[in-house]
Design a protein around this ligand. Structure first.
Ligand SMILES: [Cu+2]
Length: 96
């Protein structure tokens, strides 16, 4: 999946993904600043993804999950039809 910027749920493309089977996913950072993708249930943490970098591959269960950027909590996404509450937004990007 691509990271396209600090634009809430529009930060990620495609978003949402699924529903479907279990997936392996990596994020390619097409933005100019670092991002760090963390599952809302903390089942994975990609570590910082530098500008133009690619995350490690993570496995997403068929039941799905939600995720966010731990650097910019307003950046939220969903995979495989999971529903849930994103973490509260804090920091300079919340107005986006
Ligand atoms: Cu970010």
């Amino acid at each position: 999946m691509s990271i396209v910027g600090d634009r809430g749920a529009q930060s990620f493309n495609p978003n949402p993904v699924g529903p479907g089977a279990a997936l392996t996913v990596a994020w390619q950072n097409a933005d100019g600043v670092a991002h760090r993708i963390v599952a809302n249930d903390n089942s994975f943490d990609t570590g910082n993804i530098a500008a133009n970098g690619t995350s490690p591959v993570v496995t997403v269960p068929a039941a799905g999950l939600n995720y966010h950027c731990s650097i910019h909590p307003g950046m939220v996404g969903a995979i495989n039809g999971s529903s849930g509450t994103p973490p509260p937004c804090s920091g300079m990007y919340c107005a986006d």
